[in-house]
Design a protein around this ligand. Structure first.
Ligand code: SME
Length: 149
């Protein structure tokens, strides 16, 4: 595992005194990226008007700006309201390769008042790049952010 549970405390301290969402999401991306050896970390917001996902604060290579419903890992997390772990992106039909270096991916929905408002997407350059305890830490990070939404 690349990150430890202490990252959740660091994040709480980081966002505690700031209410600006973009600032908090930008620093969350940076904290994750600098703590773990990830290929890409960032957020996609639900754009209700366009009924698609739009790129938010992130760290890593340039990414797809918009993701449509019904295709890809982020859309699956949005639509199912569940964490999705894809151990090998080649085996996920409809995976959207913003970067060909991404080999595995975890997407966690941010749910506020029972509605998905955004997703946190983390990509690894390794197949099976995530442990289950690491994914549970991502979910704790999302809980901290949801509480600030
Ligand atoms: N792979 C994602 C697209 C976003 S990028 O990985 C940054 C997907 O299939 O939805």
């Amino acid at each position: 595992m690349k990150i430890g549970i202490e990252i959740v405390k660091s994040l709480e301290a980081l966002v505690d005194s700031e209410e600006n969402l973009i600032a908090n999401l930008a620093n969350t991306s940076s904290l994750l990226m600098s703590s773990g050896n990830y290929h890409w970390v960032g957020f996609y917001f639900v754009d209700k008007e366009q009924d698609e996902l739009v790129l938010g604060p992130f760290q890593g290579p340039i990414a797809c700006t918009r993701l449509k419903r019904g295709r890809g890992v982020c859309a699956k997390s949005w639509e199912s309201k569940k964490t999705i772990y894809v151990e090998d992106v080649e085996s996920f039909e409809g995976h959207i390769a913003c970067s060909s270096l991404s080999k595995s991916e975890v997407v966690i929905p941010l749910i506020v008042k029972d509605e998905v408002v955004a997703v946190l997407d983390i990509d690894s350059a390794e197949i099976q790049g995530f442990s289950l305890s690491e994914i549970s830490i991502f979910e704790s990070i999302v809980k901290v952010i949801q509480a600030k939404w």
